[in-house]
Each structure stands twice: as C-alpha cells, then as structure tokens.
Design a protein around this ligand. Structure first.
Ligand SMILES: C[S@@+](CC[C@H](N)C(=O)[O-])C[C@H]1O[C@@H](n2cnc3c(N)ncnc32)[C@H](O)[C@@H]1O
Length: 233
C-alpha cells in the first residue's frame, strides 16, 4: 500500500482491480521464496532409498512427480538429479523417458527464475561438490542447470489451493515448507486434494516441521515419520 501511496484497504483493492501488474507484485511481496538444492539432504537420501525403487518398478507409461510450491526451482531440479543418479546406478537411463517432474509456484517471478535455471553458489551449500560440478556448469558467474536435468522438469504458475493438479494422477507430491503458512482448515483441505490427485500407494513428502492433521492422518500411512514421507492409502 505504501509503494502505491494507497491510504486505505479499499483504495488498494481498487488498484488491484485496475492495475494488471499489481497482483503479481503483491504475491511476490507476501511469499517467502527461499530454497536450496537438496535442502535437508537426508530427506532426499530417504526418497532415493524408500520411494524411487517403487517408482522405477511402477508399470505406468508415465511417472509424474509434482513439486508443489517449488519457489525458484531448486527442489524439482534436485529431484531430477536424484532420479538421474538412480537411473545411472541401475544402468537404465531409458526409464527417464517416462518421467515427468513438474515444478509449480503461485509466484510468477519465482517461476521465471526457475525456468531460467541459473543460480549463485549460495544455492548449493547443501549439495555435494561432485554433484554440483557434474550437473551445474559455471557460466558467467552463475551455475546453470545442464540440459539433461533441465529436460526432465517443466514449470508452471499454479495456486495449489485452486483448481486441480498439474494434469494426470501423480506418483509423488513433494510439498515442503509451503503449508506452514496456511490455517489448519486450509491444510486439511489441501491434504484431501493431494489424496485425490495421488495414485493409490503413491507418495507425499512434507517439510521437516510440517505434519498431517485431522482426517488426513487416516488417508496416508507414514513411510518415514522423521523425513515426513507418507504413502497414500
Ligand atoms: C519457502 S518456499 C519453499 C520452496 C521449496 N519447496 C523448499 O522447501 O525449498 C515456499 C513457496 O511456497 C509458495 N506458495 C505459497 N502459497 C502458495 C500457493 N497457494 N500455491 C502455490 N505456491 C505457494 C511461495 O510462493 C514460495 O515460493
């Protein structure tokens, strides 16, 4: 409101209605878009051992992973690296052809940064130097996502509280450090939505300080309580 010299909520609401760019600016100001590659590395290690073997064995023609509330893209790219490393370790890169990783965020500017795929060194403090060197070559002072990782991920602007998911039933939803900002009712509604979007037996991963609430505790079973990995029942 100060930036627009609005003296009342009503006046600011009027600006939101008439200025097409103001809504994006408001969302950008209100959202917290901090992320890192392999944030909480132990969670990624658990996904590799407890989730990927099942996704690899799944008979489906497509395997869909949704990073919901991905901020500037570090999380879906980390998932892509994890999957590629898994495929290499199992000598079957062809399995990556059926993999679809979708990163989405409500904040348009974050999605633009994610699609660009260029990051400062600070984004890699939780990443092993070997992985950074292998998949993120340094170009003009920034680390660029290499094509074999970039090609596994698509991005879109999406409000996780509105509409459906990113198309098709999902094998895993990773939604970390997003719902902490929501009310309890909204969190419960969101868990029900994730339940509808996930295939039976598919996986949900939450942030380290987030947990299932109310009815949703009967809709998912813990796979790793510590890493907040759950299986849809
Ligand atoms: C702290 S970041 C988390 C990024 C990443 N998941 C991680 O854990 O590193 C939270 C993100 O949630 C997004 N967000 C908040 N509300 C959202 C909503 N309703 N729909 C989609 N994204 C939302 C914010 O824009 C922000 O980028």
């Amino acid at each position: 409101m100060r930036a627009k010299s609005a003296s009342s909520f009503a006046q600011y609401a009027g600006i939101l209605d008439t200025d097409p760019h103001e809504y994006d600016k408001l969302v950008e100001a209100l959202t917290i878009n901090v992320s890192k590659f392999f944030r909480n590395p132990e969670t990624f290690a658990s996904i590799a051992t407890k989730v990927l073997p099942e996704l690899w064995a799944a008979p489906s023609p497509l395997v869909r992973i949704w990073s919901a509330g991905c901020a500037t893209g570090e999380e879906p790219y980390s998932l892509a690296v994890l999957c590629r490393e898994y495929a290499l370790a199992h000598g079957d890169l062809s399995k990556l052809e059926r993999l679809r990783i979708i990163g989405s965020d409500i904040d348009r500017e974050s999605v633009t940064v994610a699609s660009r795929g260029r990051y400062p060194a600070g984004a890699f403090t939780d990443t092993s130097p070997a992985v950074r060197e292998k998949y993120f070559p340094l170009e003009n002072g920034l680390f660029s996502v290499s094509p074999e990782i970039r090609n596994l991920v698509s991005f879109e602007r999406r409000d996780i509280l509105e509409g459906g998911g990113p198309g098709g039933r999902l094998h895993m939803v990773v939604c970390r450090n997003v719902i902490i900002y929501f009310t309890r009712d909204t969190q419960e509604r969101l868990f029900e939505r994730f339940h509808d979007l996930l295939l039976p037996g598919a996986f949900l991963v939450l942030g380290k300080v987030e947990t299932l609430l109310g009815k949703s505790r009967e809709m998912f079973a813990p796979v790793s309580s510590r890493e907040r990995i759950y299986r849809r029942l």
